[in-house]
Every structure is written in structure tokens, then in C-alpha cells.
Design a protein around this ligand. Structure first.
Ligand SMILES: Nc1ncnc2c1ncn2[C@@H]1O[C@H](COP(=O)(O)OP(=O)(O)OP(=O)(O)O)[C@@H](O)[C@H]1O
Ligand SMILES: [Mg+2]
Length: 259
């Protein structure tokens, strides 16, 4: 087999009207990496993830996924590629007239040939993963924000994807649920060889899960490196972004040293 990257994004551009939201994004992701993408609000993170699922089309650029150019795939092949990619949407994006179980069944009904019995089993399995077995027959409107988020995560895992895109998976969750999601991201990598891209503002989570970190600013990747490298960056925007976390980390160490 050719030596090729798992996912390779090159020169990706997207404009809304005449505003360049992504202005030539280039990123390479190896299997089993957890790439954390950070950036200021409105910087284009969600847009980038949406492009990877081809929920919208870029102005230019290429996206190679497992040796295939995603952007030139026809509907059938695109759907096949999409079975390998799970997305946890920032706003959960559940269908409000359907129960949790029906929401979770949807990707399997549309993109797999699993029997109703197999689908039922997969629903239980994924709900168990996110600690929500009791929510099976509930409607999204009956769930809290954090519960919806976890259902969105369960849905992203329904097809046992190789690549999972997490858009703010722990925003609005309590610290315990947040830690549970962090653990799940690592578990997916360790036990199922899943590769992840995680967009997050929660620095503690970011450093807990990341094998690599990238910073998106004004449509460009201005940093791409290891968690240790980003802590030492001399870029002012990133320093400011990380400052509260790093200060907290230092205080933690001080407490530790004094105790
Ligand atoms: N459908 C759309 N039409 C026009 N502009 C859009 C659309 N979606 C997003 N934008 C603009 O694109 C820019 C990037 O938005 P995006 O949602 O990708 O940012 P983000 O980095 O995910 O921000 P956040 O951290 O707040 O989630 C913003 O300026 C936003 O206003
Ligand atoms: Mg966003």
C-alpha cells in the first residue's frame, strides 16, 4: 500500500460572500492522532469540520481521506466515506420529533444494511457508552443540554467510525461529564484505533486528550505542534488564549509543591 496520510487537508478555502472564513487551511492527520483545533470564536472551526463531511463545498482546496479525494466523490462514494466519519455537532442537531433511539437509528437506517435487531443492539451499546440508557425513549425536548450533547456523541459513534469530529463536545457539561467525554475520546483511540479532531475551548480537556494541537486564526493555521510546543509558543494570540489555563496549571503545581 502507498504510504499516505490518513487525512490530508490542503489549501482549503471557503468564502461566505466576500468574507474568507477559511483562507488556505493545510493539515495532515495520522491514524490514532487526537488533533485538538483551537481558535477564537468565529474563527472557522465549525466550518472546517463541516467541510470534512462535505456539508458544504469549499471555494478551493483538497481533502484526501484514506487516499481518496473527498471533494470529487459522487453521492454513493461520498456516503460510503461518510460511514467512516462521525460528527458530534456543536448544537447536538437531534431531530426533535424523534425519540433518542430513533435519532440514533437514523444513520444506520440510511447508511448501513443492519437489521432492526442489530440496530437495537447498537443503540443500547452506544447509549451505555455515554451513560444514557434511561433516555432511550425520550424526546430531545425532554433532555438537558448536556444530555443532548451526549446523545449527539452516541449518534456519531453508531457506525463505528474511523474518524470522529468533535465540535465542542464538552461545552456546557459539568466537570464529571467533561472528564467522562475526555476519557471516551482516549478510549476510542486506545481500544478502537479511532482518529479524532476535537474542537474545544476547554483547555483542561484539550491538554487531557491532545496528541497534537492546531490553532486556527483568521482562516489560517497559525500553529501546529505538540501540546508541549504550544505552551512555549511566542505567538501573542495563542499566549493570550492559553494564559488562564497555564496560570491555573502553575498554581496547581505550587499547591502541590507546598503540600
Ligand atoms: N451559513 C453561514 N453564512 C454566512 N456566514 C457564516 C455561516 N456560517 C458561519 N458563518 C461565518 O463564518 C465565520 C466562522 O464561523 P464558524 O461557525 O466556523 O466559527 P467557529 O470557529 O466554529 O466559532 P465558535 O467558536 O463560536 O463556534 C463566522 O464569522 C460566521 O459568522
Ligand atoms: Mg463553532
Amino acid at each position: 500500500m502507498k504510504n499516505r496520510a490518513f487525512l490530508e487537508i490542503n489549501g482549503l478555502k471557503l468564502k461566505y460572500g466576500d468574507k474568507a472564513v477559511l483562507d488556505g487551511v493545510t493539515l495532515k492527520i495520522e491514524p490514532r492522532e487526537v488533533l485538538v483545533v483551537m481558535g477564537l470564536s468565529g474563527g472557522g472551526k465549525t466550518t472546517l469540520l463541516n467541510l470534512l463531511l462535505r456539508l458544504m463545498e469549499p471555494t478551493s482546496g483538497t481533502i484526501m481521506f484514506r487516499g481518496e479525494e473527498l471533494l470529487s466523490l459522487e453521492r454513493r462514494e461520498l456516503n460510503r466515506a461518510r460511514t467512516r466519519i462521525g460528527m458530534v455537532f456543536q448544537n447536538a442537531a437531534l431531530i426533535s420529533s424523534m425519540t433518542v433511539a430513533e435519532n440514533l437509528a437514523l444513520p444506520l437506517r440510511e447508511l448501513s444494511d443492519k437489521t432492526p435487531k442489530e440496530i437495537d443492539k447498537a443503540i443500547d451499546e452506544k447509549l451505555e457508552l455515554v451513560d444514557l440508557k434511561d433516555a432511550r425513549e425520550k424526546l430531545p425536548g425532554e433532555l438537558s443540554g448536556g444530555m443532548k450533547k451526549r446523545v449527539g456523541l452516541a449518534r456519531a459513534l453508531m457506525l463505528d467510525p474511523e474518524l470522529v469530529l468533535f465540535d465542542e463536545p464538552s461545552a456546557g457539561l459539568d466537570p464529571i461529564a467533561t472528564e467522562r467525554i475526555d476519557d471516551l475520546i482516549l478510549e476510542l483511540k486506545e481500544e478502537h484505533n479511532v482518529t479524532s479532531i476535537v474542537v474545544t475551548h476547554e483547555m483542561e480537556s484539550a491538554f487531557a486528550v491532545a496528541s497534537r494541537m492546531a490553532f486556527l486564526d483568521k482562516g489560517k493555521i497559525i500553529f501546529d505542534g505538540t501540546p508541549d510546543e504550544i505552551k512555549g509558543t511566542d505567538n501573542k494570540v495563542i499566549q493570550k488564549f492559553l494564559a488562564p489555563y497555564l496560570a491555573h496549571e502553575r498554581t496547581g503545581e505550587l499547591h502541590h509543591a507546598n503540600s
